[in-house]
Write a protein that binds this ligand. Structure first.
Ligand SMILES: NC(=O)c1ccc[n+]([C@@H]2O[C@H](COP(=O)([O-])OP(=O)(O)OC[C@H]3O[C@@H](n4cnc5c(N)ncnc54)[C@H](OP(=O)(O)O)[C@@H]3O)[C@@H](O)[C@H]2O)c1
Length: 220
């Protein structure tokens, strides 16, 4: 495969091929940041609870995606707040045959009984805040799903290491709470990190917006 664009812009490569092409070109895994937000851009209520923002159809797609991907990355904040399993489950609730590597990034200790440390899938704990160190540790895992909270998402955005966004927007309002991103290094509108819409689809009551970085974004 030659460096540069291999497929015409309008042709979407399927997941594994897209990730493989990306790694061939950049040497890094391909990162899809997935989050579920309310209409007002909140990913958790003020008390930190965030379960069931999106509907069952959206959650089923996320589980199917996890079952195809190589690694799921979250920050310690998400593990400490939600105690997620981060496994891929089939519609009947059983574990999918393929489980992605679970990756927890951050310096705080995790409770020994954290679900992410169970034996349903392998788990890697990376005690760092360096985004590229995380990606270097995952070169054998080209297709990565970032499911972290706003701090880790902000760090990946600030480092320009988000290659695709899947935003599940639910017809729900919270009025307050955690917004999807914190500390992305943007201080003025000229620094806004712009994305280009790839696809918009309805998923049950939600809307799934898939975006890729806008390489031609305005510089100011
Ligand atoms: N709706 C959704 O899609 C969704 C998804 C995920 C999470 N959430 C919600 O998000 C909330 C948790 O938010 P959060 O921001 O704490 O979660 P997070 O981004 O997953 O974790 C934040 C932690 O990650 C670590 N970290 C690693 N690299 C970092 C870097 N470069 N910069 C900053 N921190 C880094 C830090 O932990 P150390 O201090 O340990 O170093 C930091 O406190 C919960 O309420 C959860 O329910 C919602």
């Amino acid at each position: 495969v030659q460096r540069g664009r291999v497929l015409p812009r309008h042709v979407r490569a399927p997941g594994p091929l897209r990730a493989w092409l990306h790694r061939t070109r950049t040497g890094r895994p391909h990162v899809t940041w997935k989050y579920a937000a309310t209409l007002d851009g909140r990913i958790a209520a003020t008390d930190g609870t965030s379960r069931w923002i999106s509907g069952p159809e959206s959650r089923a797609i996320v589980h199917a995606d996890r079952a195809r991907l190589d690694a799921i990355v979250v920050g310690t904040g998400t593990v400490l707040a939600d105690d997620p399993w981060l496994t891929a489950r089939l519609p009947d609730g059983s574990l999918a045959p393929h489980q992605p590597l679970r990756v927890v990034v951050g310096t705080r200790d995790l409770p020994t009984r954290a679900r992410v440390l169970d034996d349903a899938a392998p788990t890697l704990v990376l005690r760092t805040h360096d985004v590229d160190e995380v990606l270097d540790a995952l070169t054998a895992h080209p297709d990565v799903l970032l499911e972290g909270g706003p701090r880790l998402a902000g760090a990946f955005l600030a480092a320009r290491r988000i290659d695709r966004i899947q935003a599940y927007i639910a017809p729900v309002l919270l009025g307050d709470g955690l917004s999807a991103v914190r500390d992305a290094g943007v201080h003025t509108i000229a620094e806004a990190i712009r994305f280009r819409r790839e696809r918009v689809e309805t998923v049950g009551a939600d809307v799934l917006i898939t975006l890729v970085p806008d390489r031609e974004q305005r510089s100011g």
